[in-house]
Design a protein around this ligand. Sequence first.
Ligand SMILES: Cc1ncc(COP(=O)(O)O)c(C=O)c1O
Length: 384
Amino acid sequence: MIKKYLMTPGPTQIPPEVLLAGAQPIVHHRTAAYSAIFSRVLENLKHVYQTENDVLCFTSSGTGAMESAVVNLLSPGDEVLIASCGKFGERWRDLAGVYGLVHDYLEFEWGRPVEPEDIEKALRSSANYKAVFVTHSETSTGAVNDMQAIGAIVEDSDAVLVADSISGMGSAELKTDAWQVDVVVAGSQKALMTPPGLAFASVSDKAWAMAERSKLPKYYFDWRKARKALAAADPQTPYTPAVSLIAGLDAALALIREEGLEKLFHRHRVMGRACREAVKAMGLELFSPDDDRSSSVTAVRVPEKIDDKQLRRLTRDKYGVQLAGGQGPISGKIFRVGHCGYYNYSDIVVALSAMELALRELGFQVDPGAGTARAEQIFGEEGI
Ligand SMILES: Cc1ncc(COP(=O)(O)O)c(C=O)c1O
C-alpha cells in the first residue's frame, strides 16, 4: 500500500469536506435551493478575490475563463500588450493570435518575474493598447508577478488589465480592487481546493464598458448573458452548471473563510519559504525566484546526471509523493513542488523527505534530513 500525496500545482489535494459536499444528491440548478448555494459561493469568491466586482462563473477549466476575457473585451484588429515570463504567459499570446488581435509580446526570462517598468515603457510608446495581459502566478516557473505595481501603471492608461491568477487565487495574495486589476481569471483546481472544472472571471466597471463595445464572436462565454443570469432574484448561470463542483466549492470557500485570508496567505508564504530554503540546504538550485511572493509552487533545477522522470517516478511510486515536471523548453530541466491549497507544514516535510530519499537513491549527495531540518528551522523562525 502506498499513501498518496499529490504535491503538484494543480490539480491539488481536496479536503474531505469538499469531497463529501460534491458527493451529495444533485440539486436542480433552476431552484431556490441551488441559488442559495450559488449566492454563497459568489459572495465568498468575492471575498477571496478582494473585490466588489461581479465574479462570473463558468463550467470549464481555467483556460475557458482566459478565452472569455479575450472574446468579451476585444474586437477584431484591436491592439493588446502581453507580458509573459513562462508557459502560461504564452497562452495569452496564442489566444490573441487565434482571435486576430494585433499583439505586442514582452517576453521575460523564464524563472524571473516580468518587469513592470517595461510595461510602463510600452504603454508610453503606444496609446492604442486596449488590454494588457499578465500571468499573476506563473505556474510553469513559480514566479509571481507584482500585480500591485502593474495595476498602478495600467490604471493610468485606457487599457484594461487582465490577470491570470489560476494558480495564485487563494495562495498568493491579489487585492483585485485595491490594485486595480480589471479582470482576474481563476480556476477551481488549485488553491481553491476543488476538483477541476470551474473557472471564474471578475470584471471591473472599466472592463464592462469595454465589453459593451466588444465585437469578437462569443456564445457560451458571453459575459453579458452571465451577468444577466447572476442579477436574477435567484442567481444562476445561463447554462447548466457543474452542480456538484459548485457544492464542493461552497465547502472549500467555507474552509477559507474559517481560516481567514491573513492566515491563509501567511501559511502559503511560510510553506513557500520553507520549501525554497530546504531545497537550497539540500544542495539543489532553485529555478523559482527566491522571494516571498512565490508561494504557490517551488521550481527546482534537476541536478546534473539525474534523470528528472526517474526522480519523479521514484518519489511517486516508492514514497507516494507526486511532483510535477517542467513544461515546454524547460521540460526535463526542472521539477516543481506544488503547495497551493490544501497543504500544511507537515506536507512540505513529507515532500522534502521523499525528494531526499529518491535523490540519494539516484546517487545525488545529500545528507539525510538536510532539507527537512532546514524547513523545520524556518517553521520555528516563523513562529509556527
Ligand atoms: C497560470 C495558469 N494559467 C492557465 C492554466 C490553464 O488552466 P486549465 O488547465 O485549468 O485550463 C494553468 C493550469 O495549470 C495555470 O497554472
